[in-house]
Design a protein around this ligand. Sequence first.
Ligand code: BES
Ligand code: ZN
Ligand code: ZN
Length: 471
Amino acid sequence: MNIKLIKEGTISSKKNLTVEFISSKDLKSHKDVELLQKAGFKAEQDTNCFLYGKNNLFCGVEKVSVDNVRSSCSVAIKNIKSTNYKSASFSVNSKNIKAVIEGVVLGGYEYNNYKSSDKKTALKNIYLECEKVEALSKAFEEAIIISEATCFTRDIVNQTPEDLNPPSFAKLAKKLAKDNGLECEVLGEKALRKEKMESMLAVGRASRHDSKLIHLTYKPANAKKIISLVGKGLTYDSGGLSLKPATSMVTMKMDKAGACATLGMIKAVSELKLDVEVHVFIGAVENMIGGNAYKPDDVLVTRSGTTVEVRNTDAEGRLVLADVLDYAQDKVKADYLFDFATLTGACMVALGQYTTGVMGHSSKIKHDISRSATKAGELTGSLPFNEHLRKLLKSSIADISNTASKPYGGAVTAGLFLDKFIKDENKNRWIHFDIAGSAYTESPWDCNVYGGTGAGVRMISEFIKSLEVRV
Ligand code: BES
Ligand code: ZN
Ligand code: ZN
């Protein structure tokens, strides 16, 4: 499907479907109101009405806003794809262009790599008609880059654990580096042992795949800031010896979504050519069972020297991140240190499935993130740390336990566990994003469809864009 920005009035309407957004308020005064009412169309949010005789599609929006247009457009594109129209056109302006592109690209996204036959759709071209092409071309290109980076992230999340394992993840990162002019360094198990990353190594020990630490760098000539992005890359989380129940294990291929998001972010930033240096650190590991599996009762010595009592092998993400965060801080003195992880089911209990949990010490960065997220159309919620919850991580035999002694506030106690591995000088530079709910969906919402959503990519691209101007 091609998307083109063109001057309005340049396509003949005979075989093209013209898409129009309409609110219930404006319906009454529309020239086609009689026909639309005959069809029972009330212009409610996310409802569509085709007037085939006129080659028109009407899309209901409650009131015209960026979020409503993106959502309505996502419904529309699926319906258009099931018709025989070869092209469809949307009228765009500086306010709605991003929402329309995200609706079309992200709402129309399909992952069919595991289907034996290709799904055919007649739709070849999407035309975005505007008054002045030059005035919108930058916004057009930016939205396309960010939407495609989001789809790139979704594609990786959606791959099976058999196809996407730590070594193949490293291969994929190397290809991205080659395509986008990034530096890429991969540490295998021998190098990880040398680095004393025994916590990360323990999690991956029962897997038949070698664990990998992947470090990608985007280094523009005039970097205004440096940001490190750390991703949890559990290519499969069976729970380990604290085995997940069968029904909870399904979908755990998505436990690599944090890592996939960081790849999407560096892809977007490098294609947008932003003047910000970006480092991505991924801990790619598979959590399995076996005679050599790490166990509840083990005590692990992390890279930082902090010892961890393992009480549940299913709380493995924090054990991987403990070592990767420590490594990232030693490798790069960054202005911002962000980690992305499908870390806890508790985050979904706290905020619902659609919202990313945001944790950290800096109110300023949390505030800026919240603004970037809203601008990008992502949902975030702040989960506050407190000293009472921190106490629940005390261990009788080691420096810290990998699980809290009480079941409530699980997303926060996981965040507080990570905090143990953030050096004092970085406390106010660090933000932890729990994307357990937002990274994957089994039913469509907004511009998300079944599978990986690419959560984080749009928000962080927007945040990094804002760093360029906020020198
Ligand atoms: N990967 C899971 C968290 C998760 C659950 C992500 C559901 C997405 C959907 C994580 O490794 C995990 O299993 N966490 C445990 C922690 C517990 C053992 C302290 C959890 O959330 O139950
Ligand atoms: Zn787990
Ligand atoms: Zn996990």
